[in-house]
Every structure is written in C-alpha cells, then in structure tokens.
Ligand binder design. Structure first.
Ligand SMILES: NC(=O)C1=CN([C@@H]2O[C@H](COP(=O)(O)OP(=O)(O)OC[C@H]3O[C@@H](n4cnc5c(N)ncnc54)[C@H](O)[C@@H]3O)[C@@H](O)[C@H]2O)C=CC1
Ligand SMILES: CC(=O)C(=O)O
Length: 371
C-alpha cells in the first residue's frame, strides 16, 4: 500500500500523523511511505530521519494526497484540503464531524472512507485513539487556565495554589473522564481546591477512590453546575458523548453569574463545546471574554506541545495504521468491530449514528456496507 502523510495545515497544528519509527515499520513491511516535506519538522522529526528509514520526501501536499491509497493525518481536514478528496481514498485522522457539516458533505460526495480516531473503540469499550490527546489536553487545561488567571492575560490575578494566609483557587471540572481526571491531577498538584462534576455516579466513585477523597465530587445537574460554576476561578469543560455534539450543560446565564476575571477552558470544543458561550478559537487567537469571564477554546490544544503529543498519539494510532496497510482497509475493519466503529463515512454513506443525528442526515450502519 502507498501511505501518505501530509503536513498539517490547521492553524498552528504542529503534530504529524506518522513518526520515523512508524515509517520504518511500514517500509519493513513492504509498503511505500510518502511524507510531505517538513511534515514532521515542528514535532522535531526532520525529513532526513524519515529518509534514513526509507520513506520518500515529497515536495507538495497534492503529490501526497494524489498518490496515496491511505492518508494518515492528525486533525480534521480544513477547507483548503477538501479538493484532495477522491473516491477510493482512505483517510485516517481525527474528524470531529458532528459540528462540521461542510466537511461531512465533502467526504460523502467524494466517497472517501473516513475513519475517525475519536470513535474507534477497543475491547474495554474505551476510546484508545482519543485517550492520549485527552491526557495531554487535560493536563494542559490547568497550565493554560493558570496562565489566563494572571492579570496580564485578563484574569482575576489569582495564583491557583495561593500562599499561606490566602485562599486557594477553586477549579471546577465538568466531566470526569480522561480530560477531567488529568486536569484534576494537575490542579491538585498546584494546590487548588478541585470539584469534579459527572453524570456517572460510578465514575465519581472511582474518582473518589483514586484521589482518596482529596477533591469534591458532584452529580451533574443544573443546580449543582450553577453553584460550582459560580464558585470557580477556573472552569474546565471535558464532557463527551462519543461522536455527538457536546451538550451545552453550562448555560450563558450560569456564565454571567461567574466571578469577573474567572477563566473557562472548554476542552470539549472540538465536539462543539459543553459551555454555551464557548466558540472555537485558534492558537493564533486563543481567547476572548464574555461577561468578564475569559474563554479559551482551542480545538487542537495538544499542538502546543507537539513532540510529546505526536509521540503519545502515534503510540496509539500506529498499530491501527499497520493493520490497515497490511490487511487492506476493508479486511482490517471487518476483523475488529471496535475498529469499524471508527468509520464515519464510507461509499457516500454516513455510518456513525451520533454524527447523523447531530446533522439530521440519514444513518447507514457500517456493518451493512463492509463485507
Ligand atoms: N480541544 C482539544 O484540543 C481536545 C479536546 N478533547 C475533547 O475533550 C472531550 C472529553 O474527552 P475525554 O475526557 O477523553 O472523554 P471521556 O469519555 O473520557 O469523558 C467524558 C466524561 O463526560 C461525562 N459526561 C457525559 N455527559 C455529561 C454531563 N451531562 N454532565 C457531566 N458529565 C458528563 C462522561 O460520564 C465522562 O466521564 C472530548 O470532546 C474530546 O474530543 C480531547 C483532546 C484534545
Ligand atoms: C482530540 C483532538 O481534538 C486533538 O487532539 O486535537
């Protein structure tokens, strides 16, 4: 198979879909690997490291997309990449289609096989290709939030850990999954008072055990969320319903009652955001203020730390890339029902129910198409 890796073009997206280690394994398995010039440079993987393991460096994105059977990327394609789509192409990347109607329509009209990292499941029913980036983004959310709480960034001038004789900052985390628990670890480490809100009582029990009661847990309902938001110096959004548009569980009215100079980091913004006042921002222009509350809603937070993020992401994605290359996409998907859940578009059909529901488009189960 010919596997292509374009350089990412989304704003400040500095990760790369395959590292030199992955390229080496693919070449050893008899595949051809095309890497766009400088695709790995921002993640500290220069072209010569790919060349040294037998990959071919290609000057233009069109030559990667145009010649590859499968394109492996990191982020969902942006508009300037849509013209590369064509029938017969397999695209393996984050897609986040629920809030992206144009991208969905383009993938469908060009009959691209679109396999989304964020909806692939493993045997434990977790999301193995989302987890590493949620770990990164969860940890970063506290680092970023602490920075925006500083006066020069528009925040209320509060040190999360405080000092003796002053109160600690309050961090409220909505969603106690991977983002939420990683944010909690960092916030506790900085000495903040942490409250974590989740719909799943079992998840809250686990969190209580893991952290040995060192943080408050709250069941998710609008009464609790309103109170926890009003107390927060830093509010972190990490809610997910896999594949679906995130529910807006922190309303604009709740935000209007937050402290002036408090900070919101809505990590769930890649699925549309779980805070009503959140809208997608970029690393070039990451924040804005609503009702005196600073909002940071960058859709590709892990790109801020591309070396760590590329290694963490490809540790998880590469075994799937190799399987697709060695077995061919259809056989690989047929052999693993959890992997097949990654298929969002195939042969002009929308094959992920939560995306179809979010967009009001007809849903076709993937199992009825593969075979
Ligand atoms: N902006 C960025 O750069 C990044 C964004 N993300 C996004 O962060 C979000 C969270 O991801 P993970 O932590 O991996 O998901 P997860 O599935 O591990 O956790 C989500 C949690 O939300 C909880 N939840 C669902 N509905 C809820 C409600 N109404 N109230 C309270 N809790 C509720 C679930 O019970 C679960 O514990 C996803 O949208 C993911 O795509 C992840 C990485 C990077
Ligand atoms: C998961 C995601 O949106 C990211 O890593 O950019």
């Amino acid at each position: 198979m010919i596997i292509g890796v374009p350089k990412e073009v989304k704003d400040h997206e500095s990760r790369v879909g395959i590292t030199p280690a992955g390229a080496k394994a693919l070449v050893e398995a008899g595949h051809k690997v095309l890497i766009e010039q400088n695709a790995g440079a921002l993640s500290s993987f220069p072209d010569d490291e790919y060349q040294a393991v037998g990959a071919e460096i290609v000057g233009a994105a069109a030559n990667v997309w145009g010649n590859a059977d499968m394109v492996v990327k990191v982020k969902e394609p942006v508009e300037q990449e849509y013209w590369h789509f064509r029938e017969g192409l397999t695209l393996f990347t984050y897609l986040h289609l629920a809030p992206l109607k144009d991208l969905t329509e383009k993938l469908l009209s060009k009959k691209v096989l679109g396999i989304a990292y964020e909806t692939v499941k493993d045997r434990a029913n977790t999301l193995p290709l989302l987890t590493p980036m949620s770990e990164v983004a969860g940890r970063l959310s506290v680092q970023v939030g602490a920075t925006y709480l500083q006066k020069e960034h528009g925040g209320r001038g509060l040190l999360l850990g405080g000092v003796p004789g002053t109160l600690h900052g309050n961090v409220t985390i909505i969603g106690g999954g991977i983002v939420g628990t990683n944010a909690a670890k960092m916030a506790l480490g900085l000495g903040a008072s942490v409250t974590i809100v989740d719909l799943s009582l079992n998840r809250l029990r686990e969190i209580d055990d893991i952290f040995n009661g060192r943080m408050k847990t709250l069941a998710s309902n609008s009464y609790n969320i309103e109170k926890a938001a009003a107390e927060a110096d830093l509010l972190i959004g990490g809610v997910l319903i896999p594949g679906a548009a995130a529910p807006k569980i922190v309303t604009a009215a709740m935000v209007s009652k937050m402290k002036k100079g408090a900070v919101i980091v809505d990590v769930a913004i890649d699925q549309g955001g779980c805070i009503e006042t959140a809208r997608p921002t970029t690393h070039s222009d990451p924040s804005y203020t609503v009702d005196g509350v600073v909002h940071y809603c960058v859709t590709n937070m892990p790109a801020a730390v591309p070396n760590t993020s590329t290694l963490a992401l490809t540790n998880a994605t590469f075994p799937y890339v190799l399987k697709l290359a060695n077995q061919g996409a259809i056989a690989a998907l047929n052999s693993d029902a959890g992997f097949a859940e990654g298929v969002n578009t195939y042969n002009g059909k929308l094959t992920y129910k939560a995306v179809a529901d979010a967009q009001g488009v007809e849903y076709t189960p993937v199992a009825s198409l593969l075979g």
